[in-house]
Design a protein around this ligand. Structure first.
Ligand code: TRP
Length: 474
């Protein structure tokens, strides 16, 4: 056995702390804001089932691989991949995985922080009862007024980036772990309360009720999420489902690898990652089950894009008993969900600067935060003064492009390389030693998924999307 390395950033204090930290990074805007609107844009059921398959067959084995690599390397993802590549195969090429991950983290956080800013903006509006008895049109107009005002967006983006940097600057134990310990249980509780509410709502107008064929909005939401219409599946939808699986699990960019570097040697990787994947998936489904009934009950359009959650939920809060309190709590918790994720997006770069450039954690965190703050301007302007700027003849703003490039291309590519490295380049001795589950069925299943299923699935989705596969098969 190679001599054990040590992390210089300290360690998670318990198995639960690690689970909460990875769940904190996984559960975020991706589950509550992005999943419902991407599912809505992609027509519902069929997308959801493909997404679930991607999570189980591609996401889980890659997440296990990332933790395994991270714990073995015990460094930031760039150094870890360089060291392990060297140790296992005498190849330095693999550090590219770390580089692309750090860059993906910058790009994702640059737009993520802007959306997190929207959630911050909604907190004071809720507290002051600003949405009481609001109409669907009023809610749309209120959202439009926020995103149309770049100065407001800039203010909220600045606040959110500062919050992120403050936690990361405090370090693994006092910052990251302390933040997730209270925020995650609170988030789960509130989601369940909201789901109870969604089960009881009624149709907003008689016309909608008459058109419903007798089912409740809740049942209409469920059937939208789970009845697949396979005729609607296009290569674009498959790539969106794969991209969403990577995005929501925080994999493919070395974030989970970085968290794995702080994992004590004795903790089981299989148990912890399975727990995280189940929790993350449950939150996404519950978010859909909360949001779609509200969308349908109010006659809104499920395919209305990134504004979906910000226009629908205020309607529910505006009309329910205690809506001001629940609404306020809900947006606060959405802030928390985003916050525990943004920490994971920035940590790989911060760890790299601390380890390689000898910066203190504080200086490293403010430096990376400052760069990402500037990058965020591009996303801010995408919703107002640059909303008409859609280069390359693509119907996408800069924000849309950043989202597409990172989720649907960079993360799957990173995941593919991670799977190839863990499955093919590393020796079975090393992987089975690190996973510590012997060489029985658990190891065999992980190995099969990592070596064959995950890489081939990513490749097939890419080739299919570019039309190459049609040429080969047809
Ligand atoms: N998983 C996060 C969410 O669903 C977003 C995310 C993507 C992320 N990659 C990450 C978070 C890396 C932390 C680290 O909101």
């Amino acid at each position: 056995m190679a001599e054990r390395r040590h992390s210089i950033h300290g360690m998670w204090t318990s198995r639960l702390a690690f689970i909460l930290a990875v769940t904190g990074s996984a559960v975020g805007l991706g589950n509550i804001w992005k999943f419902p609107y991407v599912a809505g844009d992609s027509g519902g059921g069929a997308f959801v089932l493909i997404y679930l398959a991607c999570v189980a067959l591609v996401g889980l084995p890659i997440m296990m691989s990332e933790v395994l690599l991270g714990r073995r390397g015990r460094r930031n993802p760039i150094t870890t991949m360089r060291d392990l590549g060297d140790e296992e195969a005498g190849q330095r090429f693999w550090q590219i995985v770390g580089w692309s991950g750090v860059i993906a983290g910058f790009l994702i956080l640059s737009f993520y922080s802007v959306i997190a800013g929207w959630t911050l903006a909604y907190v004071p509006r809720m507290v002051t009862g600003g949405f009481a008895n609001i109409s669907p049109e009023g809610s749309e107009a209120a959202f439009g007024a926020l995103v149309g005002d770049w100065e407001k967006l800039l203010g909220w983006h600045t606040l959110f980036m500062a919050m992120t940097v403050l936690v990361v600057a405090r370090g693994v134990e006092k910052g990251l772990e302390a933040a997730v310990r209270y925020l995650m249980p609170a988030l789960f509780t509130l989601l369940l309360v909201m789901m109870g509410y969604a089960m009881t709502i009624d149709w907003g107008t008689e016309a909608l009720e008459a058109a419903s064929g007798g089912s409740s909005p809740f049942m209409a939401g469920l059937s939208y999420l789970f009845s697949p219409d396979w005729s609607k599946v296009t290569p674009g939808i498959v790539i969106a489902a794969l991209g969403q699986a990577f995005f929501t699990l925080s994999i493919g960019m070395g974030a989970v690898m970085t968290y794995g570097a702080y994992l004590p040697q004795r903790t089981s990787i299989t148990n912890t990652t399975v727990t995280v994947v189940l929790a993350d998936t449950a939150v996404a489904i519950v978010a859909g089950v909360i949001i779609f009934p509200i969308v349908f009950a109010n006659g809104l359009d499920a395919g209305s894009g990134p504004g979906l959650v910000f226009q629908t939920l205020p309607l529910a809060f505006g009309s329910m008993a205690g809506g001001t309190v629940f609404g306020t709590l809900f947006f606060i918790l959405l802030v928390f969900a985003a916050w525990t994720s943004s920490i994971g997006l920035i940590e790989p770069a911060v760890a790299w600067l601390v380890e390689k450039k000898n910066m203190t954690r504080g200086v490293a965190a403010w430096t990376v935060g400052g760069i990402i703050w500037i990058l965020g301007l591009a996303s801010i302007f995408s919703f107002n003064i640059l909303s008409g700027f859609q280069p390359f003849g693509w119907e996408k703003t800069i924000f849309d492009m950043l989202d597409y490039l990172t989720s649907n291309i960079m993360l799957p590519m990173g995941g593919l390389l991670i799977a190839v490295f863990a499955g093919w380049v590393m020796s079975r001795n090393s992987t089975s030693e690190e996973l510590a589950v012997g060489t029985g069925w658990i190891f065999q299943t992980w190995s099969f998924l990592t070596r064959y299923v995950a890489p081939l699935a990513v490749l097939a989705v890419f080739l299919n999307a570019t039309g190459l596969l049609d040429g080969i098969i047809g």
